[in-house]
Structures are given as C-alpha cells and as structure tokens.
Design a protein around this ligand. Structure first.
Ligand code: IPE
Ligand code: IPE
Ligand code: MG
Ligand code: MG
Length: 298
C-alpha cells in the first residue's frame, strides 16, 4: 500500500535511536546498585518500543523530526516498562515471562520489582525536565509533563489497571471493557502521539486529528494483545499465552469471540487512517504503524 515507505526499516531505525538513548541513560549510573540493575534489566528486554516510535512518527507527521520528541519518547518507554513490571507482579497478573526473559520479580524479587517500577516512573519525569537538553523550551516541556502525568496516573493507565483487576471473574459490558482498555493501554499511546506532535509544533487541529488516530489504534492494540493471548506464539511474543482465560479477564475475544474481535480491530484501523486524511506523506509512518498494530505477531 505505502510502497515508497518501508516500515521494517523505519521501525528498526526508531528502535535503534531509542535503544541508544536508553543505553546511554543507564551507562551514566552505577551498574552495581541492585535497583539500577533491576531497572535496566526490565527496560533492556526485547520490547517493541511502540510508544517512542509513535512519538517520533507523530512529530514527523507535523513536519518535525524525531529529535523534537526524544524526551517524551524515553519518558514514555520508562513509564510503560514500569507498568509492565507492576502488571506482572503476583498481586496483579502474576506472570513469569516478559520480553523474552523472566519477569523482574522472578529475576530479582518482589520488593526490588516494586521499587524498580517506582524508580522508572519517577526517572521519566527527571528525564523530561533535564536541563542538560537545550530544547524544547521549558513551557513546552511543562505541557508534555502534564499530558504524560495525567495519562499515566489515576485518570489514565492506573485507573485502567484498577478496572482490569476489579473486573476479574465478572463479566463487563462491551462499553465498560472499551473504557477499561482505553485507560490501561490507550492513555499512554495517546500521550505518545500527543506529546510528539505538540513538541514538534503541531497545530491544534493537527493534534486533534492525531488524538483520534491514537484512540483508535490504542484500542486496536489492546484488542490485538488479547487476540494474541489466545492464538499467539509464546516464543515469538516473549510472554505466556492463555493467561487471560485462566484469570477470567475481560477481553474482546472472551466477550465477542475471535472473529468479531479481528473485525473490530480492522474497523478501528480504517477509522484511524481516516483521521490522518488531512496529512500528506509526512504521516505515512503513522499509517503503516496502524496496520502493523493489528498484523503483528508479537
Ligand atoms: C504490552 O505492551 C502491554 C500492553 C499495554 C498491551 P507492548 O506489547 O507494547 O509490550 P512491549 O513493550 O513490546 O514489551
Ligand atoms: C497491560 O495489559 C496493561 C499495562 C501494563 C498498563 P495486559 O495485562 O493485558 O498486558 P500483557 O498481556 O500482560 O502484556
Ligand atoms: Mg494486566
Ligand atoms: Mg498482564
């Protein structure tokens, strides 16, 4: 479809940028400290880096560059990794494999995993406000801090995780499931797109369209995560499958079945693409990422 655009090259380049930034970050601190080792262990696993990639692609859609979005990109990957560490804890989903490795609480211990999550969350805000970077301007960063804090906290990801846990073993309505997904997964994805676009100077209209795009792909992303939990290959995914059913989680496949879930994911991506109609080729990365989100095998 986007024949002039090679998604796998693009994803590879973005991942290299973000992984280099993350390695540099951890190289600056004492590796021998247990807390640093646990933080690094979780971050350096084989993550897809989707949120940073979306941050870069959103900056490019408004004719900025990935450099405009590097600070929120790193911050969001740190926050996302913290959310995974805590999501896997025995008190939450109790998983033992993540990003192809034993989960943080298995490789270290529960107390260390809890603290590593706490430390990654706070480090995110330390990075985004780091005066060593000369750009973006402080007022722009303040806006990004607020978007990310709201998306991560009790009105966003944390609320979604709370609803996910509260709903174990009882059946949610489709609308309730949709809002739970929009919070636990959609909020950080939207923050990635929104901060990338705003820091690169996107207009209010552009940012509005990009938010709609993000909300659709955010939901499609979680629907696909739930589909992969039913029929994915655990070796490729680097995490266990069948766990949602074991824990009586509310998921689209559980409520609607696999076929209807796949149809929904497709519809969401079509809708996401239509939100990008106001953009020219600058939004091709975002277009290709939308399709990748539902076709991915990991
Ligand atoms: C998994 O996120 C958790 C969800 C929010 C669905 P990813 O699938 O982006 O995980 P990594 O970062 O690639 O490990
Ligand atoms: C994870 O959702 C959402 C967050 C970590 C915020 P899931 O529990 O469905 O994700 P996986 O399947 O463990 O990656
Ligand atoms: Mg969970
Ligand atoms: Mg989980």
């Amino acid at each position: 479809l986007y024949n002039s655009f090679h998604l796998s090259d693009y994803l590879g380049r973005c991942r290299e940028t973000i992984d280099t930034a993350l390695v540099d970050l951890f190289d600056q601190v004492d590796q021998n400290r247990r807390i640093v080792a646990a933080m690094r262990y979780a971050v350096m696993g084989n993550g897809k880096r989707l949120r940073p990639i979306l941050c870069f692609a959103a900056a490019e859609a408004v004719n900025g560059s990935s450099g405009d979005a590097i600070l929120p990109a790193i911050a969001l990957e740190l926050i996302h990794t913290y959310s995974l560490i805590h999501d896997d804890l025995p008190a939450m989903d109790n998983d033992s494999l993540r990003r192809g490795n034993p989960t943080c609480h298995i490789a270290f211990d529960e107390a260390t995993a809890i603290l590593a999550g706490d430390a990654l969350l706070t480090l995110a805000f330390e990075i985004i406000t780091d005066p060593a970077f000369s750009a973006p301007a402080p007022e722009m960063r303040l806006g990004a801090v607020r978007i990310i804090a709201q998306a991560a906290g009790y009105q966003g990801m944390v609320e979604g995780q709370m609803r996910d846990i509260l709903a174990e073993g009882r059946r949610l309505s489709i609308d309730a499931l949709k809002s739970s997904h929009a919070l636990k997964t959609g909020a950080l994805i939207r923050a990635a797109v929104e901060t990338g676009a705003t820091l690169a100077g996107g207009s209010p209209h552009q940012v509005k369209q990009l938010r709609q795009y993000a909300d659709d792909i955010g939901l499609a992303f979680q629907v696909t995560d739930d589909i992969l939990n039913v029929e994915g290959d655990p070796d490729r995914m680097g995490k266990a499958v069948g766990t949602d059913a074991d824990r009586q989680k509310n998921t689209y496949p559980a409520l609607l079945g696999l076929d209807a879930s796949k149809t929904l994911a497709n519809t969401l991506v079509s809708h996401a693409l239509s939100s990008l109609d106001i953009f020219d080729h600058s939004a091709d990365p975002l277009r290709a990422i939308a399709t990748y989100i539902i076709e991915r095998k990991r």
